[in-house]
Each structure stands twice: as C-alpha cells, then as structure tokens.
Ligand binder design. Sequence first.
Ligand code: NAD
Length: 428
Amino acid sequence: MESKSYNPFLFAQKQFDNAADLLELNDATREFLRTPMREFHFTIPVRMDDGTKKIFKAFRIVHNDARGPAKGGIRFHPMETVDIIRAMSMWMTWKTSVADIPLGGSKGGVICDPHHLSMYEQEQISRGWVRQIIGNIGPHIDIPAPEMMTNSQHMIWMLDEFEKITGVKSPGAFTGKPISLGGSFGRKEASGYGVMITIREALKELNIKPMNTVASFQGFGNVAQHAIDLYQKMGGITKCVSFWDNEDQKSYTVCKKNGIKLKELQKITDTFGGINKEKAHELGYEILDGDAWLEQEVDILVPAAIENQLTEDNVGKIHSKVKIIAEGANGPTTPDADEILNKTNILILPDFLTNAGGVICSYFEQVQNNMNYYWSKDEILSKLDEKMSTAYAAVSDFAKENSLNMRQAAYVISVDRVVQACRMRGWI
Ligand code: NAD
C-alpha cells in the first residue's frame, strides 16, 4: 500500500537535491544519482502451513555500486513499499560512502508480516527470495544482510539456498550470520554501539560528559537496546523507551524517573522489540502514550524505531533542554521537520552517519569471510570505534569549515565520493 502523504523516496531525493546544489552537480549526474541503477520486483509463491498457496511480493533495489559491491539489508514488513526500499537503497549508498568502506548501496524487502508467519513459512519466503534473485546477488555483486524483522536465521536459510544453487561455499554472500557459521563478533552490537560512539563524539565537542546526560529512545529493538547498553556503560541514564504494541496496534512509552534497567526490560521484551506493558507496570514503570518519548526533559533524543517519526506536527513538542537528536533509525526526520529543527540549537546527527555501525561491521564480516580468518570481539569493536570516530570527525570538521549543518556536511562528503567514483569509471 503506497501512502500518499508519506513517501520516503521523495524525502531521500529532496535531501540528495540539496547536496547536489551544494556540490553544483550537472544535470546528468543528478539524474543518474537520484534514481536507483537496478530494480528487481518479483513474487515468491509459498505453500503455507495450512496447505494453501500464498504469493508474496518482493524487491531488491541497487541504488549505486560505483564504489564496490552493493550492500543492504532485507526487510520483512507488512507495509513495505517499493519507494521505502528505493529510499533505503539510496541511503545505503551515502552510508557506505560516508563511512568510507568500499561498498555501494542496496536494499531489499518482502511484503509480509512475520508476526503471523510460522518459522517454516518464513524459511520458504527466505529461500524463495534467493531463488528469484540468484543471478544478481553474491559477494562480488550485492550482499544482503538482516534488517527490520529479519535476523541471522533468515540469513542462514538464504545463504544455504544460495550455496545449494551455486554449488560453492560463499559465506561472504550474506552478512549478519550466526557467529558459528561465519558471522562476526560485534555484529549484533554494532549499529547501536555506533549510534552511541557518534553521540559520545558529539558530546565531547559540546564539552559534556556522558555521565551527566539523560536520554530518551524511540524503539527498543536491536539498535536501541545496544545503544542503551553502551550508554549505560558510559554512565548515561535512559529515562524512557517507546515500542510498538502489535496487539493494540499502537505505540507506548515506558519511563522510569531514575532510569530504566536494561536487563530487566529485556526480560519482558519479545523478539520484535515489543515490551509487555502489564509486566513493566508491575516493575514500577510508568506507561505513557507513544509520543511521550519525544516530550521528555532530557539531553538526548534517539529515534531508533522506524522512518517518518519526527514531523512538522510533533517537533514543536521537543523540550527546550534537548541538545542532541541522534538518528538511529533510517529516515526518522521529515525534511519539513528538519527545517524547523535546523532553526533551533539542537545538534542533529544524521541517520546515515549515526547508524553506519551495522554496515561497517557487516563489511568486517565479509572481509573475515574472504580471508577465512576471524578477529576477536575486542579487535572488531575497536576497529568499529575507529571507523565511526573517523567518519564523525570528517563530517564535523567539514561542517565547521564550510558553515554547514551535520546532515549537509555528511551528504556533501558522501555524494562527492560517489560522484568521483562514477566519473572515474566514465559513467557520468
Ligand atoms: P527492530 O525491529 O529490532 O526494532 C524496532 C523497534 O521499534 C521495536 O522496539 C519496535 O517495537 C519499535 N517500533 C516500531 N514502530 C514503532 C512506533 N511507531 N513507535 C514506537 N516504536 C516503534 O529494528 P532495529 O534493527 O532496531 O532497527 C531500528 C531502525 O534502525 C530501523 O529504522 C532500521 O532501518 C534502522 N537500522 C537498523 C540497523 C541494524 O543493524 N539493525 C542498522 C542501521 C539502521
């Protein structure tokens, strides 16, 4: 179902157009980079557990692969649209570029709701997805990874199908695998830790100690939980987290004045990042509306759930004490909301820089697969820290030198690198 009011691809294009203006790109370059290079739309027939056949619609979209094989996750979501995948594939190109890893950008998806699918049905969808796209993925072409509502189990089903068809062991064809089957230490922590490393670097520049800050998160999934983990290790207090309640079909915020307890909440959280609100209430948490996470008197807001969450309708509710908004999710802020926020003193850490930790670690996973030699967790997390801090410093320095905000600076750096690669290849 295509939403008329919300189209992330138009947002992504608008953000790119702003960067293209700053870089004074010519018309052909703009035309080439504002649309994906390749799109695959296909169907996956699956025999369901009750014996009926169901057809699932699926996509794989490569935005750009000038800097290396394309890289991007596969989302399973009932409200998936081709324009969400297009936008996300474009953001992946900028993400790999700003992180300066030799990969391009892609994204895939299947319109389905894993809440209502058995594991066997999900396996059939995963294997079917690979069969339909087999000639156009692979370690040197386009490498998928887990994303929303997919995990290491889906990656292993996909890799197994890929290896069965090709007859070649190719662990580097998918990332986000279990550690015992070619996965990398640190991958599950990487996106959330990367978000928090970015916040740490920003706080350093603002001369604020993490231990003197309080944060509120939207979402309590992979990204948020690991970001909170590192934040707590740095001494920060998380006052609220919000989540989507699938039963009520609405979101809630759970808060504790002196800070949530991560492990305690994780015990009452399902694999989709949904918190059992009755149990949370019993544990002394306040249960508030879905938007309440945004209205808190905190120093840091971390949208780490889904896209299109900070809009011109709700950014006015942000407390004047907030100093940093760190975009853990992809595309959480609409361009209109961005314009409003840019007139405030809030430092906005843009998504494709802030949440690049996951793809950086996916890249490390692939490097290890190709070497068939594996690094320790400490080694990987220190490499991740170095990559994230370097990317942050490059964007922050460029922003200061050129009087740009962080989003503009991140865009100019990453788009320029992709333009240079396309030019050297003679594409534009
Ligand atoms: P996840 O599925 O593990 O968790 C999502 C969380 O958001 C859950 O707690 C869910 O309840 C909550 N949520 C969903 N809709 C909500 C709503 N309307 N209001 C409040 N909460 C809501 O997903 P994740 O892997 O943590 O990813 C979160 C975001 O980060 C996504 O935008 C994803 O694209 C992006 N991202 C993820 C990774 C990664 O490695 N996992 C990497 C980069 C970016």
